[in-house]
Ligand binder design. Structure first.
Ligand SMILES: [Zn+2]
Length: 113
């Protein structure tokens, strides 16, 4: 499962940050994930519950903000939200578009004690 590896990366970075702060536990982790990463939130939550077992993040909350894919049209400069496989300008129908959002995979903040 794709999400297991991604969650492992999130958790490893979070545990390292917590260790640097001498935290005794992690309460919550806030992440932003673009839809183009193809991460399914429920699968990520499942991976999180498995991977946090026996760590200082056990029982913590993973808050996921999903970001839709967004592109800017190279023809008319319109900015538009689109699905995973249909980056086509909503204004003029052009396919000459530059992706500006949707590939995010980042930790925004970590709440620790
Ligand atoms: Zn356009």
């Amino acid at each position: 499962m794709h999400e297991m590896g991604i969650c492992d990366g999130i958790l490893t970075a979070s545990l390292e940050a917590a260790a640097r702060e001498n935290a005794s536990r992690i309460n919550s982790i806030n992440v932003t994930i673009g839809v183009l990463t193809e991460v399914q939130e429920d699968a990520l939550q499942f991976a999180f519950s498995v991977l946090t077992k026996d760590s200082i993040a056990e029982g913590s909350t993973l808050n996921v903000t999903m970001v839709p894919a967004r592109s800017v049209c190279g023809e008319c400069s319109a900015e538009f939200v689109h699905g995973r496989f249909d980056a086509k300008c909503a204004e003029c129908g052009s396919y000459v578009c530059t992706l500006v959002a949707g590939r995010e995979l980042q930790i925004d903040s970590i709440d620790i004690d």
